[in-house]
Design a binder for this molecule. Structure first.
Ligand SMILES: [Zn+2]
Length: 329
């Protein structure tokens, strides 16, 4: 079900919840200071674990990862870019200084398709390596059109590579609860925590929210076409922590999400295109809360609420602050 679960093995990883950040980013505590997990400008060199599994050869695996890295590399202005270094005999999760992607046997992780781990320098917060494993508990496919009953490797890779870049989860998506867990009804982000059912290939393409998130993380938002929306979410007049706000552009048709990340209920959604936007505030109830924030005082006891007026974004600026009062539930 979920694509990644955090806190495995050697992982040194905390979700950053610094105020006034539009997107969830990973951060590490370095001497009492939260340092964002992100790569220095330049190439992110990665290796492929030389292992065939279930009809997917190491070469087919490598090609699928190559397509997913090409998709991220195409994000305009990104100062980092993935660079393939070939095959290696060492598997993911080995702390060898090499960023490695490959199949791994994790029969214990019933619902984890794949996961991303980080190894960081505890004194500086600098990234040493980041590995991604794909769980052999599942059937995988690299078929061009997808394969019924098999999970699309490229789609999951695109999601995990987003984590590797430093992105947390997006909450733009709707699910329903079934006997086997949650089923995705719709999403507007590859970084939504729950994958489409096996066979789907929809997540081979980045959505505007994914692109806005990674550009925000790497400080590459040009002032020319983008601005930001700021405001506050309240309930009974008090700030709401952990509310999800989605801005829907009436002209662009794009959906970009953000969160209130302090107890005052403040939010900023950066990287939004010019023009009028509808704001929708919703509780984080479409996946396990921990997949977004980790244990925290997230308030989900309120009804979906729309902004009292359109937020009109102007290039290079922020909207005047908008308060959205939600109804308790
Ligand atoms: Zn994930």
């Amino acid at each position: 079900m979920t694509r990644a679960v955090w806190g495995i093995g050697v992982v040194l990883l905390v979700l950053a919840t610094a105020p006034a950040q539009a997107y969830l980013k990973f951060g590490v505590d370095v001497g009492g200071r939260t340092v964002p997990v992100r790569w220095s400008p330049g190439a992110i060199r990665y290796f492929i674990f030389e292992r065939d599994f279930g009809g997917v050869s190491a070469q087919a695996f490598s090609d699928a990862i190559g397509r997913a890295t090409t998709t991220w590399n195409a994000v305009p202005g990104l100062p980092v870019s993935f660079s393939a270094q070939g095959l290696t005999r060492s598997q993911p999760l080995e702390a060898d200084g090499r960023t490695t992607l490959g199949f791994l046997d994790r029969p214990d992780q019933e619902r984890v398709l794949g996961a991303t781990t980080f190894l960081l320098d505890a004194t500086t917060g600098a990234l040493i390596e980041s590995d991604i494993y794909f769980n052999t508990r599942f059937r995988w496919s690299t078929a061009a059109a997808g394969e019924p009953g098999a999970t699309d490797l490229e789609s999951v890779a695109l999601h995990e590579l987003g984590h590797l870049l430093g992105l947390g989860h997006s909450a733009i998506g709707e699910t329903e609860v079934t006997a086997n867990g949650r089923r995705v009804l719709s999403t507007g982000a590859v970084m939504f925590p729950i994958a489409w059912p096996a066979g789907a290939i929809a997540d081979r393409v980045l959505q505007p929210d994914d692109i806005a998130g990674v550009r925000d993380l790497y400080d590459v938002l040009p002032a020319a076409e983008f601005g930001s929306i700021q405001g506050r979410v309240t309930k009974n007049g008090r700030g709401v922590y952990g509310a999800h706000i989605v801005a829907f552009g009436l002209e662009s048709g794009e959906m970009i999400g953000g969160y209130t990340l302090n107890t005052n209920g403040d939010f900023v959604i950066a990287g939004v295109r010019e023009g009028p936007h509808i704001l929708r505030v919703e509780p984080l109830d479409d996946a396990d809360l921990e997949s977004f924030f980790g244990p925290a005082n997230v308030d989900i006891a309120f009804s979906v609420t729309y902004g009292p007026r359109l937020a009109v974004v102007q290039a290079g600026g922020a909207t005047s602050p908008l308060t959205i009062e939600v109804r308790p539930k």
